[in-house]
Design a protein around this ligand. Structure first.
Ligand code: MG
Length: 176
């Protein structure tokens, strides 16, 4: 990404993730246990919502995707809590002199039902991000692997802004 784009005061990013579901184990969504009779097939804890959000943040920063940052060939991330990935991405946001303005998540799943979990998920992820996070849900209406309940997916959009006090002074500001 060129320097002009990196110096913009607002940056947007989009992320998408999908995991197959299997019986048994615990399904993590937005950092909470969303179900205890199914789990995502994943190297880490398979939290699709957090993975999509991390990719959105990395996209807004013009960075590589989550798979490059936390490869599934690295034993350090085996069974890892996805909140670690989010904390690392948020650290990159701060290092870039930016902050998260808000995020919008859409979770696509036949099960578990998202609606009863929505408030707990929002509270959990907002406490990690430190900014408003909206959570929407869809079912894909039986059309594909997600719609049949064989997989779960999430889209995320995030907006970053320059953190106050870090705005660059224009080049002419120091001239007399
Ligand atoms: Mg993933």
């Amino acid at each position: 990404m060129n320097r002009d784009a990196m110096s913009m005061s607002l940056r947007v990013g989009h992320g998408f993730d999908l995991h197959r579901l299997k019986r048994g184990g615990r399904l993590m969504l937005c950092g909470i246990v969303a179900a205890e009779d199914m789990s995502a097939v994943a190297h880490s804890d398979g939290d699709v919502a957090i993975h999509a959000l991390v990719d959105a943040i990395l996209g807004a920063l013009g960075r590589d995707d989550i798979g490059r940052m936390f490869p599934d060939t690295d034993v350090r991330w085996k069974g890892a809590s996805s909140s670690i990935f989010l904390e690392r991405a948020l650290c990159e946001v701060r290092r870039a002199g930016m902050r998260v303005v808000n995020a919008d998540l859409t979770i696509l799943a036949r099960w578990p039902r998202i609606d009863p979990l929505r408030a707990r998920m929002r509270d959990a992820i907002e406490s990690l991000v430190g900014a408003p996070v909206n959570i929407k849900a869809g079912t894909n209406e039986g059309c594909d692997a997600v719609g049949r309940g064989a997989a779960i997916a999430a889209h995320a959009v995030v907006l970053l802004a320059k953190a106050s006090g870090t705005r660059r002074r224009p080049a002419h500001a120091n001239r007399r």
